[in-house]
Design a binder for this molecule. Structure first.
Ligand SMILES: [Zn+2]
Ligand SMILES: [Zn+2]
Length: 211
């Protein structure tokens, strides 16, 4: 079993919350605090993006709310990062020094700091930008009513971006706007600054009109 599959099984287990509570009691206190701070900061970045992209209601969700392809991609990236196998930006984000980091379904194995979000951008690759991260279909484009719907999810310090065709959009059963349809964003290039900390790109509302 791969680490990602093992993690997935763990997270979908009914006793997962109790496991996390237990893990926190046996982890070094300093590391728990650092991890908490990183997760809180990552959540703030995500919530800020939610305010700009959707109706501003960033809600929590559980692993079971995510479709399998998204959950596995996320866990694969997280386990590669934790094992030091991920390709990173030059700032060398490291899982042992928790702080917010970004990754994307279309760049497997790459983890960057928020300041290096451009490394994940598909702005200059319109062909790749039109490919659904779930089914791999090449979409015809928003002008044919067949654009890509971007979204992002957070797990701990990691913000994971993805883009899907209309058929593969995750449902919003959890009420998480970031895993649901974001029509205002449809058809715009992925990874072009939506997850910048508010101090950097707070002026822009999403990336509409910045093509
Ligand atoms: Zn960086
Ligand atoms: Zn699809």
């Amino acid at each position: 079993m791969t680490p990602a599959l093992a993690l997935e099984r763990l997270m979908l287990h009914p006793a997962y919350d109790r496991f996390v509570e237990y893990a926190r009691t046996v982890m070094p206190v300093g590391l728990v605090d650092q991890a908490d701070a990183a997760a809180t900061e990552a959540h703030a970045i995500l919530a800020d993006a939610a305010v700009r992209l959707a109706d501003g209601k960033g809600k929590g969700m559980s692993a079971g709310d995510l479709p399998g392809w998204l959950r596995l991609g996320l866990l694969d990236t997280l386990s590669a990062f934790a094992a030091g196998r991920a390709t990173t930006c030059r700032h060398n984000p490291d899982a042992t020094r928790p702080r917010p980091v970004l990754a994307a379904a279309w760049r497997p194995g790459m983890v960057v700091c928020p300041g290096c979000a451009h490394l994940l951008s598909l702005k200059h690759d319109p062909v790749a930008d039109a490919v659904c991260d779930s089914c791999g279909r090449q979409c015809a484009g928003v002008e044919h009513d067949d654009g890509i719907y971007p979204g992002m999810v957070q797990l701990g310090p990691l913000i994971y971006q993805y883009g899907t065709c209309g058929d593969c959009r995750p449902t919003i059963a959890s009420g998480n706007p970031l895993s649901g349809p974001l029509p205002a964003e449809q058809g715009t290039p992925r990874g072009t600054g939506r997850v910048q900390p508010r101090t950097r790109r707070g002026r822009s509302r999403g990336k509409g009109g910045q093509r």
